[in-house]
Design a binder for this molecule. Structure first.
Ligand SMILES: Nc1ncnc2c1ncn2[C@@H]1O[C@H](COP(=O)(O)OP(=O)(O)OP(=O)(O)O)[C@@H](O)[C@H]1O
Ligand SMILES: [Mg+2]
Length: 262
C-alpha cells in the first residue's frame, strides 16, 4: 500500500484505429523503465485488445470486478489482475458481449480509488467516441489523453469532441496528434488543425515512432519500447521525447509545454 495515490491516465479518441492501444502499451513500457508499477485497464467495450496484444491469459476481467461489487463479493484489486511482467498488470475486457452489456460503470469509481493506492500509474484504454460510460471514465481520470490524426474525418470528429469538452468543462484534457500511424500524412498544418478544432494541440507523436513490424510485436506480446534488441537500439536518440511526454502526463516533467508542437 502506497501513501501517495497513483495517477489515472485515460486514452481516448473520436475515431477508431488512431493508435490508442499501441500508444498505451508503449507508455506502459516507458513507465516501467521509469521504475513505476503500472495497471492497464481495458475499458474498450467494443472489443478490447490489451490482454491479447500482451499474450496474457486473463482469467478475470473488468466484468468480474463490477459484478462482484454489485453482489457484495468484491475482495481486493489483486484478485482481478493478470500479470504481464514484474511491473505491469492488466485487467482485460470481457470477450462475451453479454457480459459487456451488464457492466455497471459506477463501480469503476471505488475500484480506481483502491487501485490507485497500489499502482503508480493506471492506464485506461477506451472505445472511441462519446458514450455514458466514457464520460464516467473521463471524469474519474487525472489526465485524459485525446489522440487524433492528421486526417479530414478525424478533424471533423475532433471539432465536435472539443466543443462538447468545452461544454462539460473537461479541463484535464491533453490533445496529442499522432503522426506515427501513417508517416507523412500531414495535409493540414498545426495552425489549420488548431483553428478547425478550436483547441490547442499539446503534443505530437513523431513519424519516427512508426513501427514497421508492429504486428510481429503484437503477435509475440512484446511492448516495443521494452524490446532492447531492436527498438531501444534504433530509437534511442528519439526516446527522450517519449520519456518527457510520459513524465509530463503524470505531472513529473516541469516546463514541458506548448513549444513542443508550435
Ligand atoms: N506506432 C505505430 N507504428 C506503426 N503502426 C501503428 C502504430 N500505432 C498504430 N499502428 C497501426 O494502427 C493500427 C491501429 O492501432 P491501435 O490498435 O493502437 O489503434 P486504436 O485507436 O487503439 O484502435 P481501436 O479504436 O480499434 O481500438 C495497429 O494495428 C497498427 O497496425
Ligand atoms: Mg484500441
Amino acid at each position: 500500500m502506497r501513501n501517495e495515490k497513483g495517477k489515472i491516465i485515460t486514452i481516448t479518441s473520436s475515431k477508431g484505429g488512431v493508435g490508442k492501444s499501441i500508444f498505451l502499451l508503449n507508455l506502459a513500457g516507458i513507465y516501467q523503465r521509469l521504475g513505476k508499477k503500472i495497471l492497464l485497464l481495458d475499458l474498450d467495450f467494443s472489443g478490447g485488445s490489451l490482454a491479447v496484444s500482451l499474450n496474457v491469459l486473463a482469467e478475470k476481467t473488468i466484468y468480474n470486478v463490477m459484478d462482484d461489487f454489485l453482489h457484495n463479493r468484491y475482495t481486493e484489486v489483486l484478485e482481478y489482475v493478470s500479470s504481464y511482467n514484474e511491473a505491469i498488470d492488466v485487467i482485460a475486457c470481457p470477450k462475451d458481449p453479454r457480459q459487456i452489456t451488464k457492466i455497471e460503470i459506477r463501480y469503476l469509481i471505488p475500484f480506481l480509488e483502491r487501485a490507485s493506492f497500489i499502482y503508480d500509474v493506471i492506464l485506461i484504454d477506451t472505445t472511441h467516441g462519446f458514450s455514458k460510460d466514457n464520460i464516467v471514465i473521463y471524469d474519474n481520470s487525472d489526465t485524459l489523453v485525446y489522440l487524433m490524426t492528421n486526417d479530414l474525418l478525424d478533424l471533423k470528429n475532433s471539432k465536435n469532441f472539443m466543443s462538447i469538452m468545452k461544454d462539460i468543462e473537461m479541463d484535464h484534457l491533453r490533445v496529442i496528434l499522432n503522426y506515427s500511424l501513417v508517416p507523412h500524412e500531414n495535409y493540414f498544418s498545426n495552425f489549420d488543425i488548431r483553428t478547425m478544432i478550436h483547441w490547442k494541440i499539446d503534443d505530437f507523436l513523431p513519424t519516427d515512432y512508426h513501427i514497421k513490424n508492429i504486428t510481429e510485436y503484437l503477435v509475440k506480446g512484446i511492448i516495443p519500447v521494452l524490446d532492447q534488441k531492436t527498438w531501444q537500439k534504433k530509437y534511442q536518440k528519439n526516446e527522450t521525447k517519449l520519456f518527457k511526454m510520459a513524465k509530463d502526463l503524470i505531472g513529473e516533467e516541469e516546463n514541458y509545454g506548448e513549444e513542443n508542437i508550435n
